[in-house]
Design a protein around this ligand. Structure first.
Ligand code: 5GP
Ligand code: SF4
Ligand code: MG
Length: 465
């Protein structure tokens, strides 16, 4: 998901709509905005579909006045899949000291247990979302102000969370102790402040990047300025390495690094680790493009657009059901026949999850007359599900959990299939020594099976680490 908030501008909701539009790649199912205006109080709108189709209409935006607003774009990893309007964030709670809206990116790993406990004690849940627990935990807190109640609530939840919240007068941002999901702070003009999942959302409104919110940090922004605190004590981050590989936008900066440059560097590592004689390097667009450029530059094999993407389709994996996903590949990608006929082609993609995409692309490219097909994947085999906010399927559906790389190659039906090593990936994100096995610098659980946060709900349901 993507989150965005701004305080101190006229018509804050318009800025939020723009910010969410820049974060649309983080969630395409639905979006919501809550704004506060001293005269009319809190107003909100929650809609299915793209931000640009909903939140640019003057009629809707006029219902969201005020200098303070937050928003969320959703893709479902928890809660009900598909169309339930009550699951669209931000969520809102009215407490004795006033209202509070929250928008959450990430996934809570003990939400099922918390929900059970809260329901037993009288909470009335409105949605199927794990994030709603935060509101109910806040309602039960005895603290006198909303930021303190949020701290209470967030000390009880486990998992990954980058949360943006707002009261009548404050914009709040928090990251979980490991900082698994991103969150950045920006400024706009004279004294306006912005919180966003990624820097690309600052760019779109002309805001300047100030810094990242630290893992385990809470910032409370009001007319008095910015207050920072560490509600969870000291901690070392374990940022999601897959944000670098796939999830974030290539024009965003993470930890001072360009996401594009990191992806290009993964391609360089791949070319060193898994060279092959071939005529063309082609990306599986768009997610494989920067790595393909790096592979081409390092290997000297010409880069070409052997697969063309229909720009009007969304990301296939964000569609919630397998059936739509299966069709999705053909609706979205087509082979550039004239280019690939008779050629030995290196195809570069970011990841193999179920293997559906790779297999379909192999069919299409062989049918178009390619002489050889060599897959190069810009991440290690995805053998474990993510419980922290990326929608990987259960283990039984992950190709790499069922097969060795050689079996995968055979199943996909290509001449070769190679994945970048975990160390190669760490080098590409700037860790010259590779992965530190004693204290890994990142979360890489979907590749290593080493979960930095115990997925306790899942374990209750029989998941074995
Ligand atoms: P597959 O067809 O192997 O299930 O999915 C691989 C494709 O989905 C890749 O082209 C990739 O761009 C995209 N994808 C990337 N990350 C993820 C993820 O975390 N989960 C899923 N399901 N798909 C992803
Ligand atoms: Fe990111 Fe993978 Fe960790 Fe999930 S399991 S947070 S996708 S690195
Ligand atoms: Mg892709």
């Amino acid at each position: 998901c993507g989150v965005f908030g701004v305080i101190g501008v006229a018509e804050a909701a318009n800025f939020v709509a723009l910010g969410l539009h820049a974060l649309q790649h983080r969630g395409q199912e639905a979006g919501g905005i809550v704004a506060h205006d001293p005269e009319t109080g809190f107003n909100s709108a929650h809609r299915f579909g793209y931000v640009r189709d909903n939140f640019t209409k003057a009629s809707l935006m006029e219902t969201l006045p005020g200098p303070l607003a937050i928003g969320h774009v959703r893709y479902s990893t928890a809660g009900s899949k598909g169309a339930v309007i009550r699951d669209i964030q931000p969520f809102f709670g009215e407490f004795a000291m006033g209202g509070c809206a929250i928008a959450h990116n990430g996934n809570l790993t003990n939400a099922a247990q918390l929900r059970r406990e809260l329901i037993e004690r009288g909470s009335i849940f409105q949605s199927g979302s794990d994030s709603e627990c935060i509101i109910h935990l806040m309602a039960r807190s005895i603290q006198k102000n909303i930021p303190e109640r949020m701290k209470d609530a967030l000390r009880r939840v486990e998992g990954a969370f980058s949360v943006i919240a707002m009261t009548r007068t404050k914009l709040i941002g928090v990251r979980d102790p490991l900082g698994v999901r991103p969150l950045v702070l920006g400024t706009l003009g004279d004294g306006a402040h912005v919180l966003a999942s990624e820097t690309c959302a600052l760019d779109i409104i002309g805001a300047s990047f100030v810094r990242e919110i630290d893992p385990g940090e809470m910032v409370v922004i009001s007319a008095e300025g910015i207050q920072s605190s560490r509600p969870f004590g000291p901690s070392t981050g374990r940022f999601c390495i897959f944000e670098h590989v796939y999830f974030s936008r290539p024009d965003s900066m993470i930890g001072g690094r360009s996401v594009y440059e990191t992806r290009r560097q993964i391609g360089v590592e791949l070319a060193r680790e898994a060279p092959v004689e071939a005529d063309l390097v082609c990306p599986v667009p768009d997610s494989g493009t920067p790595a393909a450029i790096g592979y081409s530059q390092e290997s000297g094999i010409p880069y070409a657009m052997g697969i063309i993407r229909n720009q009007y389709m969304g990301r296939t994996f964000i569609e919630p059901t397998d059936q739509i996903r299966d069709m999705g590949v053909r609706l979205k990608l087509n082979v550039n026949r004239a280019l690939v006929r008779g050629k030995r082609v290196v195809l570069v993609d970011d990841s193999v999850v179920r293997g559906t995409t790779s297999r379909k692309i192999k069919d299409m490219i062989l049918e178009a007359g390619a002489a050889e097909v060599h897959f190069r994947i810009a991440s290690p085999p995805t053998a474990w599900p993510c419980f922290y906010g990326v929608d990987t399927p259960e283990r039984s559906k992950l190709l790499a959990a069922q097969m060795t790389p050689e079996e995968m190659r055979e199943w996909i039906g290509v001449d070769s299939l190679k994945f970048v090593s975990l160390d190669g990936l760490y080098r590409a994100v700037g860790e010259a020594q590779g992965r530190n096995p004693e204290r890994p610098q990142y979360c890489d659980a979907c590749f290593s099976g080493e979960y930095p946060i115990v997925p306790s709900d899942q374990m209750e349901r029989g998941f074995e680490m």
